[in-house]
Design a protein around this ligand. Sequence first.
Ligand SMILES: [Zn+2]
Length: 139
Amino acid sequence: MSPEEPTCPHCARPLLVGEVGSDCPFCHQALAAPANPPPVVLNAGKTNWPLFFVIFFTPAIGNFISVAFNSLIFPILFTLVGGICSAIVCSRMIMARVQAAGMKRQFLSLVILLGLFALTFFLSFLGCASGAGILHGRF
Ligand SMILES: [Zn+2]
């Protein structure tokens, strides 16, 4: 019997291949979990950067388009509602990759959220200004 051959931890009888992970056919006790369980991955998956930038630039592009169409309410909606939603989603995407816990994590997520909101707000203003400037010649 080779040392690799699985045996029951309760009755020490050799097990057949395929029985590991279920119950022992001799003493009917639950067998131990497989030797190499898949590691628990905290940050599963990669950051979807194209999606990140689409969400990030949506308020600015929305501003540009709505100003181009002479809308008054949509630029405000895009800047405030769109900017807040965009900053929340984007900061969550970044925080999924950040290895920090507890207070440090909360502080970091707040800083990233505020930073992203400031950036989207600034980009929205740029989108607004360029929309008005290019298409209406106001600036
Ligand atoms: Zn057994």
